[in-house]
Design a protein around this ligand. Structure first.
Ligand SMILES: [Zn+2]
Length: 219
């Protein structure tokens, strides 16, 4: 590195220090020690309503654990894309732990609406899905499902309102791509499962064999 570059880097580090969001260790957004503190718990997320189209929702961790909530917050709202790596690592660990059968699987990230994609600059679910699919050498497609309309935030809505809010919000662009496939729908957090259910409805109708939601955390 040239002296000038070194100088610029040290200035940048002073202004935007890269440090672990939990312990402050330098050069990591979330260091390995802190990542290990996040418990990967192989549990099926309990939902207060039956899942009709989904064959199951698999969640790696609990959103009520402080460190995971904080990490996801930095990832989504402070736009630290580098956190996709440790967060996707939790998904990978989890799937290995429960020995989930990934044969004939196709990975689809939950699409973000255009407005939010412009605000954030990236789709967090896509980043997670990409690392996950590459790790297991699975096909991934972000083109199969898209958002057909912008929906207001789901925060603060009850189960019924969430269903109505998300109703017909998605379009299946390539129905033939999901036929006879086991679909893994990836998102960062699941709350009531209304979004995953809505997408699963489309995919199942088009002839997918199974549809599972897979998320980093359950809120
Ligand atoms: Zn740390």
């Amino acid at each position: 590195m040239t002296t000038v570059k070194k100088f610029i880097n040290s200035i940048l580090k002073l202004i935007f220090p890269v440090e672990c969001l939990n312990c402050g260790r330098e050069n990591y957004y979330l260091c390995d020690n802190c990542l290990k503190k996040i418990l990967v718990q192989p549990t099926l997320a309990p939902f207060d309503h039956p899942l009709t189209h989904l064959d199951g929702v698999l969640t790696a961790t609990n959103y009520h654990e402080n460190l995971i909530a904080q990490t996801i917050h930095y990832f989504k709202f402070r736009f630290i894309q580098a956190l996709a790596e440790p967060l996707a690592g939790l998904l990978i660990d989890f799937v290995k732990k429960i020995d989930f059968d990934l044969k004939n699987s196709l990975v689809i990230p939950v699409p973000l609406n255009k407005k939010r994609l412009l605000e954030r600059g990236f789709n967090q679910s896509y980043l997670l899905a990409k690392i996950f699919a590459e790790h297991f050498n699975l096909p991934l497609s972000a083109e199969i499902v898209s958002r057909s309309r912008n929906t207001p935030h789901q925060v603060g809505l009850n189960q019924k309102q969430r269903r109505l809010n998300i109703n017909n919000a998605f379009t299946l662009n390539l129905p033939e791509a999901v036929r006879n496939k086991n679909i893994i729908l990836i998102d960062d957090v699941v709350t009531t499962g209304a979004t995953l259910e809505e997408i699963a409805k489309l995919i199942k109708t088009a002839g997918a064999k199974t549809v599972h939601g897979l998320t980093v955390a359950k809120d």
